[in-house]
Design a protein around this ligand. Structure first.
Ligand code: SF4
Length: 292
């Protein structure tokens, strides 16, 4: 629906400069630069749960944010730049859609959203009409492997993406959405239509309830236990090999004593038994029961 039109546009000749689209793209570029480089990571998270996060696998992670727990950012400059490039890819895909004649917004529209009485907001990338049928458009960028997975099964393994688009659909009373995805390794574009699915809105409700009923001293359970991680007897450590925990801002706060080793150029998050005293109290108990 979008990708074929974009490819046709790119292959067409006789293009003209569209000043209105250029101006919109400039505005969103400025927003992206501000968001990625001009604001601190810890900014203003207390008391907030955004629609884009409500479907996260781990409500404990949401609770850390909601209660304003500070963390030491390990985000390297490289990672920041990577996120920035992802944002630019999404902006580029939307601009191409618009240049191809589709009525998409580039300067995201704010949408007020309420889940279980909790008021928050999100930003929709676009609203597209196919005849009389409206679609919520959500642009995303991924690397090669995630893109292959998206092509096969959509974003079933990214529940927070599914929750986000379903919340937007529910809010606007629209039954269909479309993900427009950029493969940042190859430049391919992909798209997939999704039907409204109450299951994802219920996930958001469930997470919001857990967060609102938690406190810093009584957080929701971790999404994984130590038993879910690989025990490496030779190194005497657990390897925290789950994506959610590896890229969680609060992983050290949550588990304690995490060491990040670089193995074959990749970061490996590990809990070494030698750091036992630094583990979180309940993690210490489980380690003592299993390994000591
Ligand atoms: S480290 Fe893992 S279990 Fe702990 S809050 Fe983060 S995602 Fe949840």
């Amino acid at each position: 629906m979008i990708v074929d039109r974009v490819y046709d546009y790119i292959n067409s000749t006789g293009k003209e400069v569209d000043k209105e689209i250029l101006e919109e793209a400039r505005e969103r570029f400025g927003y992206t630069v501000k968001r990625q480089f001009m604001e601190d990571d810890n900014w203003n998270r207390e008391g907030k749960i955004y629609a884009s996060q409500m479907g996260k696998k781990c409500p404990r992670q949401l609770s850390y944010k909601y209660h304003g727990v500070e963390y030491e950012s390990e985000m390297s400059p490289r990672t920041k730049v990577k996120f920035f490039l992802g944002d630019l890819s999404e902006l580029g895909a939307l601009a191409l859609g618009k240049l191809a004649g589709l009525d998409l917004g580039l300067s995201q529209s704010k949408l007020n959203i309420e889940v279980e009485g909790f008021k928050t907001h999100g930003y929709i990338d676009g609203l597209l009409y196919d005849g009389d049928e409206p679609y919520i458009v959500e642009a995303k960028s991924t690397g090669r492997y995630s893109f292959q997975s998206f092509e096969k099964k959509g974003f079933k393994d990214r529940p927070h993406y599914m929750t986000q688009i379903n919340l937007y659909m529910r809010n606007l009373g629209i039954n269909k959405g479309i993900f427009l995805v950029v493969n940042t390794d190859t430049g391919h574009l992909g798209e997939r239509i999704v039907q409204y699915n109450q299951k994802y809105v219920d996930m958001a409700k469930n997470n919001v309830n857990k967060v609102l009923n938690s406190s810093v001293d009584d957080l929701p359970d971790r999404v994984y236990t130590l038993d879910d991680f690989k025990w490496m007897p030779r190194n005497k450590c657990y390897e925290i090999d789950k994506f959610s925990c590896q890229y969680c801002d609060y992983n050290n706060e949550c588990w304690g004593g995490i060491t990040v080793d670089t193995v074959s150029g990749k970061p490996k998050h590990r809990l070494y038994i030698d750091d036992y005293e630094d583990f979180a109290d309940d993690v210490q108990k489980q380690v003592a029961a299993d390994r000591i």
